[in-house]
Design a protein around this ligand. Structure first.
Ligand code: GDP
Length: 457
């Protein structure tokens, strides 16, 4: 995700490598690269222009400051880091601040109403299910799902399936009057002891007047506390234009941007807040009910700049673990972060990672692999079982003290034979092990993940 923009920023970091100071000239060159990559990523033209202007002003301001201080004013950090830090702050400001708030009604007055709107195919129904799950898991709420897309039986059926999976009731009337369906749901929620209602409204392929009138009527009769527009990141600027149109008619509260796990170029996520003045509240990162995350502009800015997203990775880990796993993982993490790391840990980590999904995506989230995945680190199930066989062929001492293998190559040959592998493969696994151990040690020396410690604050 965001490959195009991220590459632009990475090129800029390289451009500054070895440079001793920021100058108007090298700033301009770097900004040219950034501008190109932003436009390629489908960022709104005006927004790219303003962004560049702000970064330029700040960067030139730094040049002036350093010059004013004369030789004493030599920058303590490299010009590249300095420049990237400015970009980081501006990216974060462009998409921020964090606002995942949901307005809850006073329970004495009635249930909280959340209206989901958006184009057909944007992921509205799926996201309604995901949001219901988040409300149950994180807020202890009891949702009622409402199928207000009465024109498409398939949409209602999809919502019913989601309701079943979640164990929550669904109110829908095929071919009924959507405004009535929503209003009836409010009374029904009281009856069924439900404290949040999610309206999955109708979508169209494009914004049209009939739909808007219908949505306006639902708003004026049910007065929802929250109106969220579901926007598909894959359609780039079209998502931003749609958002503008919806917002001018409905006064939406924020966006849920979907399909950020795909190869969306990122332009919509970077532009939508600035164009509409409304925040991205949550992001969809997959098709499963758990794949909804609070939007954190800082995390995204980090990923775009190639620093990885440690918080995002931790959240992903947490969601994939059972309670027991989580406790063990936490204990393991503490031990590993104190600098201890052996082959048993290595195998457990690989197994955990392979459960999480795409290796490439995970690597992108890790600060030390900002440039993507090292070529030889691809791990699929068959690779995992080869590695397992190799580790099982090690003695307890070898697992605990991996440096033995480097000191005594005969051991490597024995392990290769025992595991039905060749010597090169065993050496490769040892190398991967050393790489991961190095990473753990780097983490531990940074105090357990202060990835921005490198950048001046
Ligand atoms: P609706 O017409 O707006 O209600 O859209 P749906 O909820 O039916 O979603 C359309 C398609 O997008 C479905 O195949 C969903 O599984 C998929 N989808 C929704 N959200 C996401 C997401 O965050 N990531 C991915 N990869 N797919 C998504």
């Amino acid at each position: 995700m965001f490959d195009v923009v991220a590459k632009g920023f990475r090129d800029v970091r390289m451009r500054f490598e070895g440079k001793r100071e920021l100058t108007e000239e090298n700033i301009d060159e770097a900004l040219k690269d950034i501008r190109r990559s932003m436009l390629e990523a489908d960022v709104n033209f005006r927004i790219a222009k303003d962004f560049i202007g702000r970064v330029k002003d700040k960067a030139l301001g730094e040049v002036v400051k350093v010059k004013a201080k004369g030789s004493q004013g030599k920058m303590e950090v490299s010009p590249g880091d300095h420049f990237v830090k400015i970009c980081h702050d501006e990216l974060e400001a462009l998409m921020g601040p964090v606002d995942s708030s949901i307005v809850f009604a006073n329970p004495r007055v009635g249930p909280t109403k959340i209206m989901m709107v958006g184009l057909q195919g944007s992921g509205k129904t799926t996201t309604t299910g995901k949001l219901a799950k988040l409300l149950m898991d994180q807020h202890g709420k009891k949702p009622l799902l409402v199928g207000a897309d009465v024109y498409r039986p398939a949409a209602i059926e999809q919502l019913r399936v989601l309701g079943e999976q979640l164990g929550v009731p669904v109110h829908a009337v095929e071919g009924g009057d959507p405004v009535k369906v929503c209003n009836d749901a409010v009374a029904l929620a009281k009856e069924k002891d439900r404290d949040v209602i999610l309206f999955d409204t109708a979508g169209r392929l494009a914004v049209d007047d009939v739909l808007m009138n219908e949505l306006e009527q639902i708003v004026s009769t049910t007065t929802p506390e929250n109106i969220f527009l579901v926007a598909d990141a894959m359609i780039g600027q079209d998502a931003v234009n749609t958002a503008k149109e919806f917002n001018s008619r409905l006064e939406i509260d924020g966006f849920i941007m979907t399909k950020l796990d795909g190869d969306a170029r990122g332009g919509a996520a970077l532009s939508i807040k600035e164009v509409t003045g409304k925040p991205i509240k949550f992001i969809g990162v997959g098709e499963k009910l758990d794949d909804l995350e609070e939007f954190r502009p800082e995390g995204l800015a980090n990923r775009i700049l190639g620093f990885g997203d440690v918080m995002g990775l931790m959240n992903k880990f947490e969601r994939s673990l059972s309670e027991e796993d989580a406790q063990r993982a936490e204990k393991d993490a503490m031990r590993m972060l104190s600098g201890e790391f052996d082959f048993n840990d290595f195998y457990n980590q690989l197994e955990q990672i392979s459960k999480l999904g795409s290796m490439n995506e995970l690597m992108e989230m890790m600060p030390f692999f900002g440039g993507g995945m090292p070529a030889d680190a691809n791990i699929d199930d068959s690779e995992l079982s080869k590695i397992r066989a190799i580790i099982q062929s090690m003695t307890t001492r070898e697992k605990k003290d991996p440096d033995l293998l480097t000191r005594q190559p005969g051991r490597v040959r024995r392990i290769a034979k025992g595991s039905g592998s060749d010597k090169e493969k065993v050496e490769q696994v040892i190398q991967q092990f050393n790489m991961m151990r190095g990473m753990m040690q780097q983490f531990s020396s940074m105090g357990g993940g202060g990835l921005l410690g490198k950048i001046p604050g």
